[in-house]
Write a protein that binds this ligand. Sequence first.
Ligand code: ADE
Length: 240
Amino acid sequence: MAHFPENDGRTAWRASVLTLFPEMFPGPLGVSLVGQALAAGLWRLTTHQIRDFGIGRHRAVDDTPAGGGAGMVLRADVVANAVDHARREPGAADLPLIYLSPRGEPLSQALSRELAAGPGVMLLAGRFEGVDERVIEGRSMREVSIGDYVLSGGELAAMVLIDAAVRLLPGVLGAEESLTHESFEGGLLEYPQYTRPREWEGLTIPDVLLSGDHKRIDAWRRAEAERLTRERRPDLKRRS
Ligand code: ADE
């Protein structure tokens, strides 16, 4: 079990990850805002090597699919032992257990908010063709997908989920990185942004943004957010 970094482990939001590649962590979660928050103890990351629970001298974690077919399937007994061990870590007993899989419910801003509001997450990152269905059922795992494409393993998906949740934790984003206007808040994509210089390669900043008239600026931004959402993501549901 690896900890990044040591902290009191009682109060902070926690991510406990079960993986065959713990060396992938913290990886990108160790830098920038989310990495600074990790170093500051605003959240806590633990990894568990699934192979430690493997069978026999070779620590086997997978086997061929029942019924035949390509690839290998993670064994239910091995995964269950890893989960049960991870659950005994202080503060981990009540974490929602999520298996990252392309079959899962789509990760959304709403789900990220729901997970950020809780005590943390326990994440199972699979490899191979999947995980024996019985352990998904037997340990009441929730399945979450980060999109309609197939990754070579669940680790990157776990990192995406953790990043999306951690940046919503109190104290992680500074005031200047406000959440209120970003994409998906209110069910809209974010309006276009500009900064200096005022003219670049013959392209100018829309006059309204330089007008100092905050009512007009807000109205322009709202209209642009609605236009972009209509053009690019008509499937997004409007909220508020
Ligand atoms: N594992 C492999 N592909 C995935 C995806 N799209 N989402 C979540 N976990 C995955």
